[in-house]
Design a protein around this ligand. Structure first.
Ligand code: SAM
Length: 268
């Protein structure tokens, strides 16, 4: 079955979806044979694929703890939520600040099917789920504005989603239009698979293997391209680094490399 890779995915188990491949790599059960085959084929050419997914998820936890803790953020817009798993944004934020309000957005029907697990807010806070495509920023902002107060700072997280936005859809303009709607003191967090960590040969193999099997088309981007997504924002230390390096918890490091850039910025 062929699909238009620029269209939001329909529910189709015959073709791999990135939400379900990611679920498989994290040890989840909400994936199908096509997803597992795509993940296993990619692991053959890039053995660190599972480490990268796990490091990305750990980065999400650390950055939400940073935003709810040190940065004092109480409103979150998590776009590209993925299938709910351990440590969803509202759980991490509300552990620190129970009054946190979190809006989730994803366009995959499997995430919508599991959205109930995201609507388990603390009494003091609130959560909402929006089934929408990141490229439709006016719809997302209109719906998110019903729960979030856009006169107060909001943290937007775009964690492992922008590689599914091809250059033709102008990811820089999409990020800009979301951040333009938010006040000074708002935050942007991004993680993005790198085009400049693996060897050119390994990178070509990964893209070839994945894009042949996955509903979405993956675009890798360089550290410089990821840094440009933060135009008009001040990068929080340590800037754009591999996700496992961003404010890593103390303890023995890991020699493996994720090949995913991660960073957090604050709107001036
Ligand atoms: C790899 S998962 C990441 C999940 C979560 N953010 C994390 O890092 O743990 C990427 C998610 O982005 C979603 N996604 C990709 N392109 C999207 C788009 N244009 N609009 C909304 N969601 C999108 C996919 O459906 C998938 O659930």
């Amino acid at each position: 079955m062929t699909s238009d890779k620029s269209e939001p995915p329909a529910f189709d188990t015959s073709v791999a979806h990135q939400a379900r491949i990611y679920d498989y790599l994290l040890g989840g059960k909400d994936n199908y044979a096509a997803d597992r085959a795509a993940a296993e084929a990619t692991l053959k050419v890039w053995p660190e694929f599972a480490f990268a997914a796990q490091s990305n998820r750990a980065f999400l936890g650390r950055l939400i703890r940073y935003l709810a803790g040190e940065a004092g953020i109480r409103q979150f817009l998590d776009i590209g939520t993925g299938i709910p798993t351990a440590g969803n944004t509202h759980q991490v934020a509300q552990e620190i600040a129970p009054e946190s309000r979190v809006v989730y957005v994803d366009y995959d029907p499997i995430v919508l099917a599991h959205a109930r697990a995201l609507l388990t807010s603390s009494e003091a806070g609130a959560t909402e789920y929006i089934h929408a495509d990141l490229r439709d920023t006016p719809a997302i902002l209109a719906q998110a504005g019903q729960l979030l107060d856009f006169t107060k700072p909001v943290a937007v997280s775009l964690i492992a989603i922008l590689h599914a936005i091809p250059d033709a859809d102008d990811p820089h303009a999409i990020v800009g239009s979301v951040m333009d709607a938010l006040p000074s003191g708002s935050y942007l967090a991004i993680s993005h698979p790198a085009s400049d960590v693996l060897s050119r040969e390994a990178e070509n193999d990964v893209i070839e293997v994945l894009n042949r099997r996955v509903q979405q088309q993956f675009t890798l981007r360089s550290r410089e391209q990821v840094a440009r997504l933060f135009a008009g924002l001040d990068l929080v230390e340590p800037g754009v680094v591999r996700v496992e390096e961003w404010r890593a918890d103390p303890g023995p490091g890991d020699a493996r490399k994720s090949a995913i850039w991660g960073a957090v910025g604050r709107k001036r």
